[in-house]
Write a protein that binds this ligand. Structure first.
Ligand code: AMP
Length: 398
């Protein structure tokens, strides 16, 4: 493989495809593309490459047509020739995949089979893989799984206390997600703090939110479970609720189970409590102008987050650092401060000026003491996927 190998990273959702090109040895994205509203009259592609922006309407394009259009644009920009591989983000790898794999017929079949555990995500990932393979048949394609990093969880952390046969026969257990992000910031933390034997709680706060306990680079517990609905409060997802509420939710809302799942996935979380928005920036602004329910939503979010972090420390021999990442974790000093204020029992003391200063562009320590500490580290899931893709291919070349 060439020294400056380039990888096309593809993240295919049900109505959107995100793609980027990364080059080995640099952290720079050479290209960023987003195809939105796939299948719709308004479907379109936006692409940026070295300051150049390209917009293209793709009315009624399906995944196949969208991917062909992307490849055409890459050809026009002379970016196609230099690609070495395609790395696909796949949400659920079940217990079958604890590391990335080169995609073949069998891998494709397992990804489809795992749609049982991730009906909202894996089918869309599989459609994206098929479309990309048809558009770029000459390149190797690799699947990188969101669940893989958490396959090191011990049984005590991944088993639900339900009849054991349901785990054995149907794989009902906790899997965890956002693996590429938790892995990336753990590696970065080890690099920056100059130690590999760190005990961390990594906190990814974006539209979806999850935290993980990471010991010596291995995930030992995490807040998400069988699906990405478990755990922390998120933009529109409820996180943990009492499952005893499910029949009542059906009865009180007049919805069937599918409707209630929609309520928990799309109408809850910050949006549900505030009645205003799922967007943290908007809620912080609304709170500043006296919106009571925006304040309430933020309080619930921070309380549950602090409780989640505290719970994860049970999986660690000691706590060296908490790492904040994701859109909210990187950009909101308020959320970091309000969460850490609830964690004083752990001996964390906020360094207020450092907290205000650090964010997506300047990152680092935001506490006064060196241990335990808290850091802001911007995540880079695409880079992690690109690195895993190249590593997987060089392993298979040996
Ligand atoms: P992500 O999914 O990682 O892009 O994160 C999206 C979330 O980050 C949304 O809730 C945004 O409101 C939030 N976010 C982005 N910038 C800021 C900011 N400056 N302050 C607070 N939240 C932000």
């Amino acid at each position: 493989m060439r020294a400056n190998a380039r990888v096309l990273v593809v993240n295919s959702g049900s109505s959107s495809v995100k793609a980027s090109i990364l080059e080995r040895g640099t952290e720079r994205e050479l290209l960023e593309a987003l195809i939105e509203r796939i299948g719709d009259e308004e479907a379109h592609l936006s692409l940026s490459h070295e300051g150049q922006k390209i917009e293209r309407a793709l009315p009624r394009a399906d995944h196949e047509a969208a991917m062909q259009a992307l490849v055409e644009e890459l050809r026009k920009l002379d970016l196609l020739e230099d690609l070495s591989a395609v790395g696909h983000r796949v949400v659920h790898g079940g217990e079958r995949f604890s590391s990335p794999v080169r995609i073949d017929e069998e891998v494709r079949a397992v990804i489809r089979e795992l749609a049982r555990l991730a009906p909202l995500h894996n089918p869309a990932n599989a459609i994206g893989i098929d479309a990309a393979e048809r558009a770029l048949p000459e390149l190797p394609h690799v699947a990188v799984f969101d669940t893989a990093f958490h396959q090191s969880l011990p049984r005590s952390a991944y088993l639900y206390a339900i009849p054991f046969e349901l785990y054995e026969t149907h794989g009902l257990r906790r899997y965890g997600f956002h693996g590429c992000s938790h892995e990336f910031v753990s590696l970065e933390a080890a690099r920056r703090l100059g130690r590999a034997d760190l005990n961390l709680v990594t906190v990814h706060l974006g539209n979806g939110c999850s935290a993980a306990a990471v010991s010596g680079g291995r995930s030992v517990d995490t807040t998400m479970g069988l699906t990405p609905l478990e755990g922390l409060v998120m933009g529109t997802r409820s996180g943990d609720i009492d499952p005893g509420m499910l029949p009542l939710l059906c009865e009180l809302t007049g919805r069937d189970l599918e409707g209630v799942m929609r309520l928990l996935n799309r109408e809850s979380g910050l949006l549900g409590v505030s009645g205003l928005s799922n967007d943290m920036r908007e809620l912080l602004e609304a709170r500043a102008s006296g919106h009571e329910r925006a304040k309430l939503a933020i309080d619930v979010f921070c309380h549950r987050l602090a409780r989640g972090i505290m719970g994860l420390t049970a999986a660690l021999p000691r706590l060296d650092a908490i790492i904040f990442t994701g859109g909210i974790g990187e950009n909101s000093p308020d959320i970091r401060a309000e969460t850490l204020a609830r964690l004083r029992v752990l001996g964390l003391e906020l360094d207020a000026p450092a907290n205000l200063e650090h964010g997506r562009h300047t990152h680092g320590r935001i506490t006064t003491k060196r241990a335990p500490t808290a850091l802001v580290i911007p995540t880079n899931e695409e880079l992690m996927i690109a690195q895993h893709t190249l590593e997987t291919l060089s392993r298979s070349e040996v």
